[in-house]
Design a protein around this ligand. Sequence first.
Ligand code: MG
Length: 390
Amino acid sequence: MPQIVAIHEGTVPISSSISNAYISFRNMDCSIVAVVSDVIRNGRPVVGYGFHSNGRYSVGEILRRRLIPRLLQAPPEDLLTEDGATFDPARAWAVLMRDEKPGGHGERAVAVGVLDMALFDLVAKLDEKPLYRWLADHHGDGEPDAGVFVYAAGGYYAPGKGERELQDEIKGFLDLGYEVVKIKIGGADLAEDRDRVEAALAVLDGDGSRLAVDANGRFDLDTALRYGEALEPYQLFWYEEPGDPLDFALHATLAERYPGPLATGENLFSLTDARNLLRYAGMRPDRDIIQIDPVLGYGLVEYLRILHLLRRRGWSTRRCIPHGGHQFSLHIAAALKLGGNESYPGEFQPTGGFADSAVVRGSRVGLTDTPGIGFEDKAKLHQVFRDLHS
Ligand code: MG
């Protein structure tokens, strides 16, 4: 019967000089954990690693004071599968959420996601399978996708960055193998943003289906509609997070007027928020994209519930393209047949991005066969995790 013997927690900076319409990433950081088991392989304990995606600040206080003690103090069998053979992330999730009221899904959801990721890494490592294979066997149809669609999320605002620099950035993404890119809007006025969209399109053969835009929740209804009207002729890949993530009425009104795909969900952190999005935000299953992050919103255990909800409501999992740009979501996308995964080439290091050997071809990327999430294939991040517990 395996047991958790220690959980180490820390914080890494993932700062960057970039900004979107809402925030700068100057002081961004990230919580990381190492969950150490008593199972010894090749002379070393098997350890699960987790971090909290990006875009939210570290959550060490919640981890240290509430969540980690709950896992360490629980009767060991409460964290295991029925037969006691291995850890069960869903049962561990119930332990993490013990004595937590419903609602108020904020930093707590992020903190649960960090440990949830480490537990899935650990379980797949104990089973000696890459996570995408383990997930496909346990929660999918057993046949994971061989590669995952990725798009390059960039086009941030930065000091001194003009249209020429924006175009150079996009050309760089194309050289890396991406065919679809995303740029920010809403950090400038409509006239300037329209110029930025046209500058971007100029290096994408004028093909709007290769360009997404992201307002990061900045707009009120009038502005969202005005931008929608201006963007419509470009027939973009999608128009992302036009208004506040919880303003479902704004979204529903825009969806009535804007015919192209809308994308949202990266700031919705629970099954209930997801249900409300489907109920009230006018989301259209034939074109819209759900970007809920499988880490930020209570981890993969909760994300599996959200996927179940989507299927019951007639949505294809292909309409899910998670926020976050990291290895964990890449496994989930391949195993559960999502539509793809975000990617931020070069940003949010050391946590962001995929295996060091990963190559993007035709906007698709594959996975390695390293057991677990494969952080061992990402040298700088692996070193950060190693430093936590050795
Ligand atoms: Mg976004």
